[in-house]
Design a protein around this ligand. Structure first.
Ligand code: KIV
Ligand code: NA
Length: 278
């Protein structure tokens, strides 16, 4: 675990030196736990929409909803770099709007960087944000904000032609100033080639072992999610089952009167009660 604070330059310098550990977080408690576990970067993902807010995809989450959670994560973090996902339609339509919205993540949310999905088409936004002092992480491959166009969540860049386009997009986003790139759900060979060609760290999710770092969604790696779990997720615990079990014991003890016991309550001065009642 890094003893000093993770900064944008320290992330850049990590390439080829050490693997970056990235965990998503959505509140102060999760941020503190992930940081204590040694995460270099806390990503306030727009996966918030799905794992916290109950939406079927990431499209509906708003700037204000994201900001609410970015603020909480920033309060819970002291050493890890906090990266805020830019939600769908907060940056795609217009460069000036993109810069203003990204600025809110730093100014109000106290994040240190933002993340945007896409390739060469969003290079102007990446360039303008970077020029304004807003560090940017790119995100290519399976970009969930394109779910409608993709027709579902599926592996990207499986053909040589698509892989070539992904590489060009990665180079365009890095050239525009992105200091790291998330690669999601692409064949490991594609991730290895992109990682070798860009001079900023790549952070993989479902992209094989050759990326410069790895990211997983907090709920997925702890088994806190619902039923479906994509193939690239490794569950390090089943806190969902353990939580259900603990909550069921509480429910049973309330119903059978075992809880609360005398040790969970407070006593009053009975002598005084007798005096008042008489
Ligand atoms: O929203 C998110 O959690 C993400 C990561 C999975 C990279 O974008
Ligand atoms: Na995201």
């Amino acid at each position: 675990m890094p003893d000093s604070k993770t900064t944008v330059p320290s992330v850049t310098r990590s390439k080829g030196e050490r693997k970056l550990v990235v965990i998503t977080a959505y509140d102060a408690g999760q941020a503190a736990l992930a940081e204590a576990a040694g995460a270099d970067i806390l990503l306030v993902g727009d996966s918030l929409a799905m794992v916290v807010l109950g939406h079927p995809d990431t499209l509906s989450v708003t700037m204000d909803e994201m900001l609410h959670h970015v603020k909480a994560v920033s309060r819970g973090a002291s050493k890890a770099l906090v990266v805020a996902d830019m939600p769908f339609m907060s940056y795609q339509a217009d460069v000036a709007e993109a810069v203003r919205n990204a600025g809110r993540m730093l100014k109000e949310g106290r994040a240190q960087a933002v993340k945007v999905e896409g390739g060469a088409e969003i290079a102007p936004q990446v360039r303008a944000m970077t020029a304004s002092g807003i560090p940017v992480v790119g995100h290519l491959g399976l970009t969930p904000q394109h779910v409608a166009a993709f027709g579902g969540f599926r592996v990207q860049a499986r053909t040589a032609r698509d892989a070539r386009r992904l590489l060009d997009d990665a180079l365009a986003v890095a050239r525009a100033g992105a200091f790291a790139l998330v690669l999601e759900c692409v064949p490991r060979e594609v991730a290895r080639i992109v990682t070798g060609r860009v001079d900023v760290p790549t952070i993989g999710i479902g992209a094989g072992p050759d990326c410069d770092g790895q990211v997983l969604v907090y709920h997925d790696l702890l088994g806190l999610g619902g039923g479906f779990s994509p193939r690239f997720v490794k569950r390090y615990d089943d806190l969902g089952a353990r939580t259900r079990e603990a909550l069921s014991r509480f429910a049973a003890e309330v119903r059978d009167g075992t809880f609360p016991g005398p040790e969970h309550g407070f006593a009053m001065n009975e002598a005084e009660w007798e005096r008042l009642a008489s």
